[in-house]
Design a protein. Structure first.
Length: 250
């Protein structure tokens, strides 16, 4: 088991990629704080983990609200003694041409996808510094590396997270905290379904250009995140890995 007795916080793990990461980490022996705005989704993930004999606890918390995230982290430390792993996975987007998008949408996209991971990272750092150990993995997006039509502000947020990751990786290296990013390509999740709802042909055309000939699945992402969260990646920090069936190569 790669994460035996580790304590992990996975945001947005009531659905999609986050749920697959939470399940995968629990299978590797971690105790998982399943954090989501969607309480029913978080409870469902916890139920699935417990059915397999794993340990998890649901938290309803909004990554854009610092007080809620600080309280959640304090409760995790009280419950399981410490925190070793943070996965910044919660995300949201509304696909539309930039010139049609409203300022309220920009604010929401930046709050969830950029400020959310900043808030969550800050919330775990004191404990990780105290331990001289920590693993932070943020789920960015290939949109943040190569751009994505209809996702201008989301791309800006994801590119911001990649840059934030590199700087935190530099600042935290002396404390033996590894900080890395995983970038999904188009992945079949409820979020992706909302993006393709506007353009039903998009999924088919993406399949044609992805060298592996299919969309990603949440289960494709989890092993890469578990790798960065494990001691196998102990000398790797500040890196960005695309998991996209070859759609992006850089
Ligand atoms: N699906 C894709 O094609 C794709 C591609 C690139 C990157 N991503 C990224 O992967 C991550 C997971 O996306 P997904 O496709 O699994 O989406 P999803 O919608 O299935 O899951 C996202 C979860 O985040 C939660 N969430 C949203 N806002 C939140 C908030 N403020 N506080 C707490 N939880 C919140 C939602 O309730 C949901 O359960 C996101 O960061 C997304 O940007 C997805």
């Amino acid at each position: 088991m790669k994460l035996k007795d580790r304590v992990a916080i996975v945001t947005g793990s009531g659905s999609g990629i986050g749920r697959a990461i939470a399940l995968g980490m629990a299978r590797e022996g971690a105790r998982v704080a399943v954090v989501d705005l969607n309480e029913a989704g978080a409870q469902e993930t916890v139920k699935e983990i417990q059915k397999e004999g794993g340990q998890a606890h649901p938290y309803r918390a909004d990554v854009t609200q610092k007080a809620q995230i600080d309280a959640m982290v304090a409760d995790v430390i009280k419950r399981w003694g410490t925190v070793h792993i943070l996965v910044n996975n919660a995300g949201w987007d509304k696909a539309e041409p930039f010139i049609q998008s409203a300022e309220e949408t920009w604010d929401k996209v930046l709050a969830i996808n950029l400020k959310g991971p900043i808030i969550c990272t800050r919330a775990v750092l004191d404990e990780m510094i105290k331990n001289g150990y920590g693993k932070i993995v943020s789920i960015a997006s290939d949109a943040g590396r190569v751009g994505s039509t209809g996702e201008a502000v989301y791309s800006a947020a994801k590119g911001g997270i990649i840059a934030f990751t590199k700087t935190i990786a530099r600042e935290m290296a002396r404390h033996r905290i590894n900080v890395n990013c995983v970038c999904p390509g188009p992945t079949d999740t409820p979020l992706f379904a909302t993006v393709t709802a506007e353009n039903p042909k998009l999924a088919e055309s993406l399949k044609r250009v992805i060298p592996f000939g299919r969309l990603g699945l949440p289960e494709d992402l989890a092993p890469a995140v578990i790798f960065f969260a494990s001691d196998d990646a102990g000398f790797i920090t500040g890196q960005t890995l695309s998991v996209s069936g070859g759609l992006t190569m850089m």
